[in-house]
Design a protein around this ligand. Structure first.
Ligand code: UT7
Length: 341
């Protein structure tokens, strides 16, 4: 049984600000083809990706997170929140969490701050955690950030992961409000299946296989993914979770105006739309420009959809994601009147 939440009529979280940031460095498919045995055509046809942004090695995830979060706070017209939740697979350090560092640099030092580790579903899990804090009255506002520097954990020799993943950050500000108003989050659906944990994994550096500088040959510090198995699971889980939420929305035909799915692979986004019987033109797509940015994917796709004129006040939006764990989740909202930063 998945975790479900439907805030019908009660206090819930309302989205009131959005900000994003991409590192300026762009790596095209042709750039990759000069370093690895791959081609622009293979990457474009198999994934829909044309380029990805890659952070300078001097930058860490907190640096990207601060940029996006500052823009989200400006978009919301506020300089204080009660909680900061950061979804990331690539924290600055194994210990401590990155969120308190980000909060401190934003002048939010007194806020509750913690990281959420749910890989590509992280942003949706973080949204749900923030919504829980706000609904329970533990917080009146929250900053939810998805930020990643995958370039720091990819194997330079692995063409299948380097072709897909990119760096970036996105953030939203949530305030307390009531279900039914534009921007109110919910229903939610969250789920996991740990029997598939080995499909997406960084094998070394944790307590199961601590990194040993004396035996580096037995350690593998890089992100590993069994792409084909993940591909199948991703489309099925996102479509199932999305359907669970859509069936509780009361929207016409239980369908969204816009599907904002985790940008894992363009073929996966389209497979989810097909399973939901939703025309593909009702999908937000920015994977061609940014690649798969894991925890940052959903807010970056939202900002892109606003720029593209796909998201307007009142647009019925369905967010859905799938990632390592395995984890998945979905959430519905009607888009509020905001100006992204
Ligand atoms: O973010 C959430 C989790 N991630 C995802 O949802 C991603 C899901 N998976 C995928 O997007 C796809 O599985 C990939 C894009 C990673 C791979 O595409 P695929 O169509 O599943 O290819 P494959 O893994 O079955 O590999 C087919 C062939 C292999 O060669 P052989 O063994 O048949 O000779 C791969 O080595 O394609 C090869 N290959 C490449 N060739 C050129 C893998 N990556 C590349 C590459 N360029 N970049």
């Amino acid at each position: 049984m998945n975790t479900r939440y439907n805030p019908s009529g009660g206090r819930t979280a309302v989205l009131c600000g959005l900000g994003t940031w991409l590192p300026p460095g762009v790596v095209t498919n042709d750039d990759l083809a000069q370093q690895l045995n791959t081609s622009d055509e293979w990457i474009r046809v198999r994934t829909g990706i044309r380029q990805r942004h890659i952070a300078d090695p001097s930058m860490a995830t907190s640096d990207l997170a601060v940029e996006a979060a500052a823009r989200a706070l400006r978009s919301a017209g506020t300089s204080s929140v009660d909680a900061v939740i950061l979804a990331t697979t690539t924290p600055d350090h194994t210990c401590p969490a990155t969120a308190p560092l980000v909060a401190s640099r934003l002048g939010l030092a007194a806020a509750a701050a913690f990281d959420v580790a749910a890989v590509c579903t992280g942003f949706l899990y973080a949204l749900a955690a923030a919504t829980g804090l706000i609904s329970a009255g533990l917080a009146h506002s929250a900053l939810v950030i998805g930020a990643e520097t995958y370039s720091a954990i990819l194997d330079p020799e692995d063409r299948s992961t380097r072709a897909i993943f990119g760096d970036g950050a996105g953030a939203v500000v949530l305030r307390a409000g009531v279900a039914g108003e534009d921007g109110a989050l919910g229903p939610f659906d969250l789920g996991s299946d740990g029997s598939g944990a080995d499909l997406i994994m960084v094998p070394s550096g944790g307590s199961r296989q601590p990194f040993s500088p004396r035996a580096p040959q037995t350690s593998d510090p890089y992100f590993r993914m069994q792409g084909t198995a993940v591909f199948r699971a991703a489309a099925e889980a996102m479509a199932g979770s999305a359907r669970t939420v859509l069936d509780q929305t009361g929207w016409p035909d239980s369908q969204p105006d816009l599907l904002v799915a985790h940008q894992a692979n363009l073929r996966i986004v389209h497979a989810v739309a097909d399973r939901l019987r939703l025309p593909r033109k009702r999908c937000a797509v920015n994977i061609d420009r940014v690649g798969n940015t894991a925890g940052a994917s959903i807010p970056l796709a939202l900002a892109h959809a606003v720029d593209a004129g796909q998201l307007r006040p009142g647009t019925r939006v369905l967010l859905t994601a799938f990632g390592g764990g395995l984890t998945w989740g979905s959430c519905a909202l009607r888009w509020p009147r905001i100006t992204p930063g």
